[in-house]
Design a protein around this ligand. Structure first.
Ligand SMILES: Nc1ncnc2c1ncn2[C@@H]1O[C@H](COP(=O)(O)OP(=O)(O)O)[C@@H](O)[C@H]1O
Ligand SMILES: [Mg+2]
Length: 164
């Protein structure tokens, strides 16, 4: 499986919103994003910012208690999942998620490690705290597979050309 990795240091929450505005176009044709990182790292905030950037006006809230929220974006249905309270991987089955490669569906999953087998082609976003900088986050994007590895590489090159 080919992979491509990009790392950024995010200075504060507004920096995460700007990252989301730059990153959202990479997800506009659908796909699967697994968000990793400890509680409070900013996974839900990142999803909120991505969903907004994809054109959804509705309020985006954490699906920790109801596992799944669905949003309609232009040309895209967005599934926001939170597996924090899922203890048995079979619980994901009842959510009736779209099949891999569905071009009209975007899955954004917090605590979604269990979905790795089902969706080998995906993006992983990891958010980590930075020692002695409470507002900063280390953000690592990994594109896995024939679609997302090259797409992430192109995304990085494009950013570099625009001096980001
Ligand atoms: N750079 C940052 N990126 C994201 N969130 C930040 C940042 N700095 C501070 N925060 C705060 O950290 C918290 C992140 O919460 P949340 O997104 O719910 O995390 P998670 O879903 O990973 O548990 C929010 O209260 C947010 O305001
Ligand atoms: Mg969360």
């Amino acid at each position: 499986m080919i992979t491509f990795r990009v790392e950024e240091l995010i200075a504060d929450e507004s920096g995460l919103w700007s990252w989301a505005a730059r990153f959202a176009p990479l997800l506009a044709q659908g796909g699967v994003v697994l968000l990793e990182g400890p509680l409070g790292a900013g996974k839900t905030t990142a999803v909120k910012a991505l969903v907004r950037s994809l054109g959804v006006r509705a309020d985006v809230t954490s699906p920790t208690f109801d596992l799944l929220h669905v949003y309609d974006a232009p040309g895209l249905v967005i599934f926001h999942l939170d597996g924090y309270r899922i203890s048995d991987p079979r619980e994901w089955d009842v959510l009736d998620l779209p099949p891999p490669g569905d071009p009209g569906a975007l899955i954004l999953a917090e605590w979604g490690d269990d979905l790795r087998v089902q969706y080998p082609e995906r993006v992983e976003i990891s958010l980590e705290m930075v020692v002695s900088r409470p507002e900063a986050r280390r953000l690592v994007m990994t594109g896995l597979g024939q679609v997302f590895a090259p797409r992430l590489e192109a995304w990085q090159k494009e950013g570099a050309e625009h001096g980001i």
